[in-house]
Each structure stands twice: as C-alpha cells, then as structure tokens.
Write a protein that binds this ligand. Structure first.
Ligand code: GUN
Length: 294
C-alpha cells in the first residue's frame, strides 16, 4: 500500500484563505486591522529567509506587518526595550522575536518579556502553562499545524496511540499536550528511549520532531499509521552532482510511505503550515484582545 500524501502546501493555503476572510471581517465589521511585528537580530541567513516569508505572507492576508532589524551586537536591555514598546502599541496584536538569538542574549528573558496576549509563537511560560492545564492560550505554530493536519486526515483520534519523537519546548512537548487534548494515548520518545523501533511500531500516529535526518526508519511504521514529519534536514546529494544537497525529514520517507496510511512529505508537508498558523494565531490574539469571537 502506498500512503496518501498529506499536502501541506495546499492545506496551508486553505488556512491562509480562512485567515484572510477573518482579517476582512475584523476590518469591515469591527474597524480593526490586525498587526504582526517581527523582530530579527543579526544576519543568520536561514532566519532572514523565514522572516522574509513571514513578512510577505502577513501582507498577503491583509494584515499590517511591522519589521524590525537589530544588529548582532545589540544588548539584551535594548532588545527587551523594543519588545516592551511593541507590548504597549495597540496597532501590534502579535509579536515574534526570531530565534535563535546571539549567544550573549538570554532567549528565555526575551520571550518572557513579550506580553503573553501578543505571544503568537506560544513560547511564553504563561501560554505553555495554559496549554498544559487545558486553558485558552496561544499554541506554538508548528504543533498547531500538525494538529490541524491530523484532524483533517483522521477526524476522530480518540483512543489512538500516538508517539512524539523529540521533546523540545517548541515542538515535542506542546505536540504531546495537543495529542492528549485529542484523546490520544501518548508516548514521548527521546535520545534515552530504550527501544525506539518497538515504541514507533505500536503507534497509530507518529510525529517525528527530533532533528536527525531519517532517524525514524520506514520499517518501524505500523501498517496504516499516520506519519507527520516535522524534520527539515539538509543532507549531501552526490547523485545530483558534486557538492549538491537535498532536504530530508526525520522519517525515512521512501520506505515509510509504503507502510503508512498517510504521510507528510519533506519539503511540502509540515513546513508551510508553520507560517499559516502564525497568521492564524495573530487573528486569534487580535480577537482575544478585543473580546471578539468571529
Ligand atoms: N526560528 C525558527 N522557527 C521559528 C519560529 O517558529 N519562531 C521563532 N520565533 N523563531 C523561529
């Protein structure tokens, strides 16, 4: 059996279309134009690409986009001062400080300086605490995107066995919380897990977010399982020519797709959903700040 491919590009477009309709309703019915502020520090090329895409897509759904660049040598107090200025600005409904930050800056201190109501990344401890306790906070964008794709693919997930491979604060832990809210029975696997193959083989849902190229082997996948691959790893591709590279996920795709019921490709799976969910979170934050339900 060859798995159904879960098309993240098409899904992200559907999410953005919904966001654009919500933005239009906020403008015409409530006179509110949602605004997203993105702060980037330094010149990390990958961050520059992410931020350029975020700024472009923010404009495409009709939101105001505010973009701030700071030098790699900016001090922490100045960066936090910028965050506080954005916290106080009523035209800014969402704030994102692009990570990673330079080593001399304490990332946690910067994240905690963001008003939790404007924390569209969902990284603030208030928002992770609300997620852990079933509250109504802002949810990290990548796990939110995975949840939307799982719901669209599977419908009811009650009682399914789910494994999350990886335990980062940004993906693994919030993903496990969301799967729990979806009534799944959860395993969180990590570098000290004893028999990863057996753990994966018992799961109806596999979310791989470990950051290691093709670490989850296709032969481990339970026949018919749904596989969500969050990894984006660049590996050498000598078959394309000397010095060439290609992108692969955390799952060995070619063999996994012969066993899975549905699977996300890399690229074109989870990746496009992250920015779409950032825009969705900005609408959610705007509505919450104004006490509006659309
Ligand atoms: N760097 C890479 N991905 C992200 C993200 O989703 N949010 C932030 N703030 N920084 C990132």
């Amino acid at each position: 059996m060859t798995a159904k491919l879960i098309d993240g590009k098409e899904f992200a477009q559907r999410v953005r279309d919904g966001v654009a309709a919500d933005v239009e309703a906020l403008k015409t019915k409530h006179g509110i134009a949602p605004g997203l502020a993105v702060v980037i520090v330094g010149e990390d090329p990958a961050s520059q690409v992410y931020v350029r895409n975020k700024v472009r897509q923010t404009g495409e759904v009709g939101m105001n986009s505010f973009h701030f660049e700071m030098g790699a040598d900016v001090d922490q107090a100045t960066l936090i001062g910028k965050v506080e200025e954005l916290n106080a600005d009523p035209a800014v409904n969402g704030i994102l400080v692009q990570l990673p930050l330079p080593k001399h800056i304490d990332e946690a201190a910067v994240i905690e300086a963001i008003d939790p109501a404007k924390d569209v990344d969902g990284f603030h401890v208030i928002n992770s605490g609300l997620l852990a306790t079933g509250g109504n906070g802002l949810v990290p964008c990548t796990p939110l995107g995975c949840k939307l794709m799982l719901e669209d693919t599977l419908g009811d997930t009650s009682g399914k066995k789910a494994i999350v491979v990886g335990r980062s604060n940004i993906v693994g832990k919030p993903m496990a919380q969301l799967l729990l809210d979806m009534n799944c029975t959860i395993t969180i696997a990590h570098s000290r897990t004893k028999d990863l193959a057996a753990e994966v083989a018992s799961a109806d849902i596999v979310v791989a977010a470990v950051g290691r190229a093709e670490m989850v082997q296709g032969a481990w996948i339970k026949p018919g399982a749904t596989v969500i691959d969050v990894g984006i790893n660049r590996v050498p591709a000598p078959e394309k020519g000397e010095g060439k590279t290609r992108l692969v996920g955390d799952v060995e795709f070619e063999t996994a797709k012969e066993r899975a019921g549905a699977i996300t490709p890399v690229p074109g799976g989870v990746g496009p959903m992250t920015i779409a969910c950032l825009l969705k979170n900005t609408v959610t934050a705007t509505c919450n700040q104004h006490g509006i339900s659309l």
